[in-house]
Design a protein around this ligand. Sequence first.
Ligand SMILES: [Zn+2]
Length: 281
Amino acid sequence: MATGDTEIIELATGVYARLHEGLTNAGIIVGDDGVLLIDSLRVPSFARDLIEDVKTLSDKPIRYVVDTHSHWDHSWGNEEFPKATIVGHANCRREMLDPVITIPWREKVVTAGDPWSDEAKTVNITPPNLTFESSLHLDFAGRPIDMHWLGRAHTSGDIFIHLPEDGLLFTGDVAQDRGVPFLMDGYLKDWVGTNERLIEIEFDHFMAGHGPIGEPSAIIEARDFIAELVEGVERAIANGQDRKTAASSVNALLEKRFGGWRGFERVEESVAFAYDQIQAG
Ligand SMILES: [Zn+2]
C-alpha cells in the first residue's frame, strides 16, 4: 500500500476495523449486497488504498460512507465515493461547507510538510448528502446499525455508530483507548455531558478514529479525562490563575493518571484553549 501498512481485524462476522497506526482508522461493514465504510480517511489516495483493502474482503459495491465527524483526516477521502451515500450529522455537513473552518484547516495541512500535504491542496471537500440530527437507524441486510448524535464534543457533529447485536461501537475521535483527542475544535463543557450519554451505550468493544480497539473501561477513562480537565480549568479560573499558570497546573494534575496516553504532549496547549473557552462562557 502506498499509504503504509494497515491492520485489518474482524470484530464480528463481516465487520472489520482497519487500523492505521499513528494515522486514522476506518471501519468496514460487509452486507448482503453492499459495503458500508466508517470514515473515508485524509486524502483521496488514502481512500483509494482503503478501497483496495475492501476488495480483498468483498466484491460488493461500497454503498455507504459514514463520516464520524468533519475533520479532514476522517472525511477528505469522500470524493472517491461518488456512487455512495455519504452519511453524517447535519453539523458535520455544515462544518464541511464552512470556509471559516475549512480554509484554515487546509492551510494547516498543506503547509505541514507531510507526505499528503501536496495532495491536500486539491481535495474536493465533499460533505455528507444524507444527514440527521439525533439518530438514524439503518437495517443493513438484517444487521441493525444505529447512529447517534449525543451532543457537541470533539466537534459540533460527532456521531457514534452502534451495532447492538454485535456489541460494537465506533466512537470517532470523542473517546479513544488511552489517547488524548484533539481538543481545539471542541466544545469542552458540552463534551462532559456527551460522554455521560455515551457511557450508557452497551457494547463489548469499540474502535475509535485513532489507536487500538478498546473495551468499555477505556470509554470510562476517556470520560474521566475530559471531566477532570474541565473541572481543573474551572477550579483554576475560580482561584484566579492566569492562562499560563492554569495550563501548567492542570497539565500536572492530569499527568498523574493520564501521562502515559498517546498525544499527552498536546495537553498543555489544549488546556490553554479550554481556559479561553470556559472563561468566555
Ligand atoms: Zn477529529
